[in-house]
Design a protein around this ligand. Structure first.
Ligand SMILES: [Zn+2]
Length: 441
């Protein structure tokens, strides 16, 4: 069989069917697979790839980023070798595009979306999160009919924006039971060769506000679940300790992480943060695998308190995942970074009954962060890329190349930019995406 001329759709279909072995791959890059006796070769060489090699300084300030052209050899899904560009080398020409680590969307709801269906703006909201729970109880049975297909469409959108990995929350509540999870697992199975994901069991209707504890325990025992979710323990469940203790117990019993939605502010929001810090300190197994999503309360407390909490979060290994809100509430992300908190981002909603603003691009989130907090210099813009890649940067702060190196996963994006700083500032177009050595966009 020949790969030459295979369409991207066919290629993704083929890889999703579980063809083992690795492919030198097709389509947008114009790859021609070398096929020996019906088997795919395991090696691909990308030539004419732009990589960052250092910073250029003037009067002690980074004023530009130095790049060079290289050949990148990929073997069995990992980067095997990086050598200077040789125009005569065998391989596929990347046209001088900038190679960056593939992007990661660390907060999205792939199971629950209108994307792929007709346009629908949100209705005026009533009753806060509890009002939204009531709305979901009406909508979910209809949404579940198409949720596998729509999750696949969102995955394709994310791939087209350079994202090869997502942390998706998945509804676990009495209305849909395990059905949201089952449907999403089907979609991810179909996309398996081209997209990575980890799942958070999300009690969207409260653990106790609706009777979800049994379902959560069932989900926590499943291999497909990596994180125990939660939702506004005080405003939804009416008891911070009871709700957080339940999450912590499930996480410890099943060796999972925690990723809790926390929208609530005020005393209860702050108490939830400090109680979670206490619990993680008591249970070091949860360090570096516990996250607060949104955590709006941090944007509503005095600066001195922000500093104190940021330091404690960093010390406990608790990360914060933010969609970079602006307008009514601005998160203290620079303070979180200053203390070394693991900060990540995601689209959350693309288009659903919560909002319709998600573009699918986390590079756009990095741009938004740069605008919001004034990261406008070459150095600051280049650092802002870490929001899109979940902390992987081509250059370290001194300008030494730290990515890619031999042994790194070959999940990379090729963008039409001269350097990271330009990519963030211009939200440069994504040309191609490779997931573990396979071209998926
Ligand atoms: Zn969410």
């Amino acid at each position: 069989m020949a790969l030459k001329g295979i369409s991207r759709k066919d290629f993704i279909k083929t890889s999703a069917l579980g063809v083992t072995g690795f492919m030198t791959a097709p389509s947008l890059l114009g790859f021609n697979g070398t096929v020996a006796e019906g088997k795919y070769t395991t090696t691909m060489v990308l030539k004419n790839v732009r990589l960052e090699t250092g910073f250029i300084y003037e009067e002690g300030e980074v004023v530009a980023t130095r790049t060079g052209l290289f050949c990148v050899e990929i073997n069995d899904g990992v980067i095997a070798k990086i050598t200077p560009y040789d125009p005569a080398a065998e391989g596929e020409d990347a046209g001088g595009m900038l190679m960056l680590p593939a992007f990661k969307d660390m907060h999205i709801h792939l199971d629950k979306t209108f994307y792929g269906g007709p346009w629908k703006a949100v209705r005026k909201r009533q009753g806060g999160v509890k009002g939204m729970i009531a709305l979901e109880q009406e909508l979910l049975s209809e949404m579940l009919k198409t949720s596998t297909h729509r999750a696949e469409k969102i995955v394709e959108l994310l791939q087209s924006r350079g994202t090869a990995f997502a942390r998706s929350h998945v509804n676990i509540e009495p209305t849909s039971g395990m059905k949201s999870l089952e449907n999403l697992e089907k979609a991810l199975q179909h996309k398996k060769g081209g997209f990575g994901a980890e799942l958070v069991a999300f009690p969207q209707h409260g653990i106790y506000y609706t009777d979800s504890a049994g379902l959560m325990a069932e989900a926590a025992a499943m291999d497909s679940i990596g994180y125990i979710g939660g939702l506004d323990p005080y405003t939804i469940d009416g008891n911070i300790e009871r709700s957080v203790d339940f999450m912590v117990r499930l996480a410890l019993d099943h060796n999972k992480g925690i990723d809790m939605h926390l929208h609530e502010t005020g005393d209860s929001g702050l108490r939830t943060v400090t109680y979670l810090i206490e619990k993680v300190n008591e249970n070091p197994k949860l360090r570096n695998r516990t996250f607060l999503s949104h955590c709006f309360v941090l944007g509503k407390i005095p600066v001195s308190k922000q500093e104190e909490i940021a330091e404690k979060l960093a010390h406990s290994g608790i990360g914060v995942i933010s969609t970079i809100p602006f307008g009514g509430l601005v998160m203290p992300l620079p303070t979180l970074y200053k203390y070394g908190v693991d900060v990540a981002t995601g689209n959350d909603s693309i288009i659903d009954h919560w909002n319709t603003w998600g573009s699918g691009s986390v590079l756009e989130k990095a741009n938004l962060m740069a605008q919001l907090y004034g990261y406008r210099t070459e150095f600051d813009l280049s650092r802002s890329l870490k929001l899109a890649t979940h902390n992987i940067l081509p250059l370290d702060d001194e300008g030494n190349r730290q990515w890619p190196k031999a042994g790194d996963e070959a999940s990379v994006v090729l963008v039409d930019a001269s350097c990271s700083a330009e990519a963030v500032s211009r939200i440069s177009p994504v040309h191609s995406l490779l997931y573990r050595g396979q071209v998926v966009f």
